[in-house]
Design a protein around this ligand. Structure first.
Ligand SMILES: Cc1ncc(COP(=O)(O)O)c(C=O)c1O
Length: 475
């Protein structure tokens, strides 16, 4: 079988698109793909042209244009990509590549030729049965396998395309940075039920507070770190981002395990627990104006990134498609399996909106009838850390597509607090205010529809808010 660099890079580019360039996540510019692999842009354009002609990618014109994968990664086989890039998958040409002039003349009978054609058929079948999604899963598994033996120091030779690139598997196992075991502890959280009187619907809490970093943001942070490693930006640079706390803590914890430096711009009014945790995990904390909230923190992160582009990798969780993708790949499928598809509503509080866009988008594709309910504070000034008042913010997250949620429920800080207290005492679920707000929205849903089966994201642990004792006190 002949695999040229065309095929190799066609597969790599397709996988980059599968991770970042799916509908809803925004197109990816050819230049960006070229930069990721350090390839000439016109070479990447040629690859994309062939993939587009084969119907595997679609393009969007204009200044913010780029390329999408035209189908789900599971629906594109390795053979599709090879056929698009090489026009064939297996070259048997006795006329042009004779081994023996007599025997290899197609006019002659040859006992070997039927064997080669049968082999070609088998190879084609095999390549058809392996999809881009399988390759991506294998890539993730490889990370896991490598995690079995820990490396004391991160290895700066880590580069993108580690599975399919120019380096052989043997080189990869020697030089690639190994994914720390801790990273494997993210996700696969339990789905816990809430006891409601019979005939009052069903509510399940996705226990994201049980992630190792105590919040749902571990998922996004891990995906963003992996993406930064794949792009070759990490571990050479420090990861820089703005965070109201949870994403910062998740980055700091996961990066500590991998020896990656982290700088977090944090609004000064973030809870003291958040700041303390960031520092304990060794992150550099840049405090920003409390009155400017996360917008001020984002502004500061951008300035730092612009001033020292060689020192920092600005991860930008608000526009990084890896955030949404993390939930498409993990939270959504977990909920689908745990409920066996029986849910009628999915409820999540919205900050960067990655959880809603990724999980909601996945569940909607699986079951178009499922209702997606985004939860928001009821005013721009609120006490629900991590949430953004999307109706009034001058900087809505780039990830946000308002068409995704079927409804947006606004909750007051008091209702959120009350519900969080109730969850702790009633069920032993110690969750934060945003999870309280989301459960309050779910209670409204089952009140109106007693047949409803609502799955709610329990975003973070209430232990992160103990410095607010008055909010926990029974009123
Ligand atoms: C406590 C809390 N709840 C909810 C969210 C919202 O999640 P997302 O950013 O995925 O919309 C966040 C985000 O940081 C958070 O920290």
């Amino acid at each position: 079988m002949r695999v040229t660099t065309w095929t190799e890079y066609s597969l790599i580019i397709s996988i980059h698109l599968a991770k970042r360039g799916r509908k809803g996540a925004g197109p990816v510019a050819a230049r960006e793909l070229a930069d990721s692999e350090r390839l000439p842009a016109d070479y990447v354009e040629q690859i994309l042209l062939r993939l587009r002609r084969a119907g595997l990618v679609e393009s969007v014109r204009g200044a913010r244009g780029g390329y999408y994968l035209a189908k789900e990664p599971a629906a594109i086989s390795v053979r599709d990509v090879m056929a698009a890039s090489e026009h064939q998958t297996f070259e048997i040409n006795c006329a042009t590549h004779p081994v023996d002039d007599d025997r290899c003349n197609p006019g002659h009978t040859c006992s070997i030729r039927p064997v080669w054609y049968a082999l070609q058929q088998r190879v084609d079948e095999l390549l058809t049965s392996i999809s881009l999604a399988d390759l991506m899963k294998q890539e993730a598994d490889l990370f896991g396998e490598l995690a079995q033996s820990m490396l004391p120091e991160p290895d700066p030779t880590y580069r993108s395309g580690f599975l399919f690139g120019r380096r052989s598997m043997a080189v990869v196992t020697k030089s690639a940075m190994r994914e720390p075991e801790l990273w494997q502890a993210v996700g696969n959280t339990p789905l816990l039920s809430l006891q409601l009187p019979p005939g009052h619907g069903r509510i399940y809490l996705k226990a994201e507070w049980l992630n190792p970093g105590g919040s749902v943001k571990d998922r996004a942070a891990r995906a963003i770190l992996r993406d930064g490693l794949c792009r070759g930006e990490l571990p050479g640079k420090r990861l820089l981002d703005a965070s109201s706390g949870n994403t910062g803590i998740a980055y700091a914890m996961l990066a500590a395990a991998a020896g990656i430096g982290v700088t977090i711009c944090l609004p000064a009014n973030a809870s003291p627990e958040r700041r303390a945790l960031l520092e304990i995990y060794g992150a550099e904390v840049v405090l920003t104006d409390r009155l400017e909230g996360t917008d001020g923190a984002v502004e500061r992160a951008r300035e730092i990134a612009t001033d020292a582009p060689n020192r920092f990798y600005y991860a930008d969780q608000y526009s990084n498609p890896a955030n949404t993708q993390a939930h498409r790949d993990t939270t959504g499928p977990e909920i689908w399996t745990q409920t066996q598809g029986s849910l009628t509503h999915f409820v999540a509080a919205m900050g960067t909106t990655g959880t809603m866009m990724g999980t909601g988008g996945f569940l909607k594709e699986k079951k178009p009838g499922v209702k997606l309910v985004g939860v928001q504070p009821d005013s721009p000034l609120h006490g629900l850390e991590g949430l953004k008042h999307l109706a009034t913010t001058p900087n809505p997250p780039a990830l946000y597509n308002p068409a995704v949620p079927d409804a947006v429920a606004e909750m007051s800080t008091e209702t959120a607090d009350h519900t969080a207290r109730w969850l702790a005492r009633q069920a032993g679920y110690l969750v934060g205010w945003s999870a309280g707000a989301a459960v309050a929205a779910a209670l409204d849903i089952v009140r109106q529809d007693p047949q409803a089966v609502a799955v709610v994201i329990g975003c973070d642990t209430g232990a992160r808010y103990l410095s607010d004792p008055h909010r926990w006190a029974v009123k």
